[in-house]
Design a protein around this ligand. Structure first.
Ligand code: NAD
Length: 416
């Protein structure tokens, strides 16, 4: 039986990078009471900052009196950490990705079902004000039935910034294929329209040897990717993400009665709704542009990170624990958003052929994938595993080796 909590929900956070900006939910009844990280120096500073107990050992951390665990450890290690926390009786909110192989996705779905506890996927981009407003309008039928959508998360950075975020040659940011970090671009369209991808075709923009942001960092995967998704209602979605120039987020929803999108210039939090002249109601404008409010807690959300998204993931996690009702971003949704990137990588390496996104709500479907551990993770090295780049195995340049040594030392990292 799910543990219903009436007092403050006692939360432990794993990972003191991104994790320090999560669970900041005193207003929604969350209280961070413990931290866990293997990087001791950073952990000590973080523990003092919050005045909470700290652990370097995850098993010992799980023995702390906690109702819930927030996972902000490495991108590719969330599923095993989530499964352990659920087995220890803790509700889980997990950063992206939910799983790093299809086999892990199966194990995670089964573990959540067995536990009866809350699992929430902490995908924050669906919760910006314009994305929440598009969901509201879509549900009201303002643009009709979803036909075509786009989601973009473009995030270039100079090499020093990239290196500062990825200490260690085998840090996940250096080897995950270009298609893997896909949830920020795919999730808003899925959440607004309530559709799920059933097939993907993956395309990559290859590693650019003329671009110093690639050659002077330790990244050995490609510049960017495009994922074309066929949705369960027959609609098509194009998602792009990666380090192309032109930083920003963008979401576009075409229905069979209208279009909505966030603006691409000026204030990008403005929403545009478009209705064709012959279909709109009399007196209604063809184009409406406005800056929507958040549906609830506008003041707090406006101050939170990632355009308010960081407030709403915590808010919905707390609500789910209090009510015992699974959140919208439940384990199945989190897993399918995450494995879209894995299947898109299979596709990209196979001349962009279509690959299915299996529905792990069904045990009959899960069985086929339970042992699938296909991954370029250096810790899973064996024959048959894929490379990180479409160009094969990319070696770091002398400039990247020299700059990484300098940047990592400044960050207090002296490993390989
Ligand atoms: N949703 C967003 O907007 C957003 C933004 C940034 C990062 N993220 C996600 O947050 C996660 C963390 O990213 P990050 O930017 O903080 O960088 P990161 O992945 O380098 O940080 C992970 C932290 O976890 C710690 N860690 C690793 N293994 C551990 C273990 N076995 N036990 C305890 N601690 C361990 C590391 O020491 C590090 O401090 C990633 O999954 C990333 O995808 C999400």
């Amino acid at each position: 039986m799910p543990r219903r909590v009436k007092r403050n929900i006692r939360v432990g956070v794993v990972g003191v990078g991104r994790g320090m900006r999560m669970g900041t939910g005193a207003a929604v009844g969350l209280e961070v009471v413990a931290l866990c990280d293997t990087w001791e120096e950073r952990l000590t500073v973080a523990g003092e900052q919050l005045g909470v107990e700290t652990y370097t050992d995850y098993d010992r951390f799980l023995e702390h009196d906690l109702d819930a665990v927030i996972l902000a450890n490495y991108f590719h290690q969330h599923a095993p950490f989530a499964i352990k926390a659920l087995a220890a009786g803790k509700h889980v909110m997990s950063e992206t990705a939910a799983c790093s192989t299809l086999g892990e996705g199966v194990a995670l779905a089964r573990a959540v079902e067995k536990s009866g506890l809350i699992y929430m996927f902490a995908e924050n981009y669906p919760y910006s004000a314009y994305n929440q407003e598009m969901r509201r309008l879509y549900r009201k039928g303002v643009v009709g039935e979803f036909k075509y959508g786009e989601g973009e998360y473009v995030h270039p950075d100079p090499p020093e910034v990239k290196l500062g975020r990825s200490c260690g040659r085998d840090h996940w940011r250096n080897w995950i294929p270009a298609t893997y970090y896909c949830t920020h671009s795919i999730a808003p369209v899925m959440h607004i329209t309530g559709t799920r991808p059933v097939k993907v075709n993956g395309f990559v923009v290859p590693f650019d040897f003329e671009d110093p942001t690639m050659t002077h960092s330790m990244k050995r995967s490609d510049t960017s990717c495009v994922i074309i998704c066929r949705m369960d209602n027959g609609a098509v979605m194009k998602a792009i993400h990666g380090s192309l120039r032109g930083h920003g987020n963008y979401v576009r929803i075409h229905g069979n009665k209208g279009l909505m999108e966030n603006c691409r210039h000026g204030d990008r939090h403005r929403l545009k709704v478009w209705r064709e002249l012959w279909e709109k109601k009399k007196g209604e404008p063809v184009e409406t542009v406005y800056t929507p409010d958040f549906p609830v807690h506008h003041d707090q959300a406006s101050r939170a990170g990632h355009s308010g998204g960081d407030f709403f993931t915590t808010y919905h996690f707390a609500e789910a624990i209090r009510t015992g009702e699974p959140p919208d971003l439940d384990v199945y949704t989190g897993v399918e958003m995450s494995i879209a990137g894995i299947q898109a990588w299979r596709s990209a390496l196979d001349d962009s052929s279509p690959y299915e996104i299996p529905d792990f709500r069904k045990e009959s479907v899960r069985r086929k994938y339970a042992k699938d551990d296909w991954s370029p993770d250096p810790d899973r090295k064996r024959k048959g595993q894929p490379p990180s780049s479409i160009l094969g195995r990319i070696k770091p340049s002398p400039e990247a080796l020299a700059l990484s040594k300098k940047v990592w030392a400044e960050r207090g990292y002296f490993g390989k």
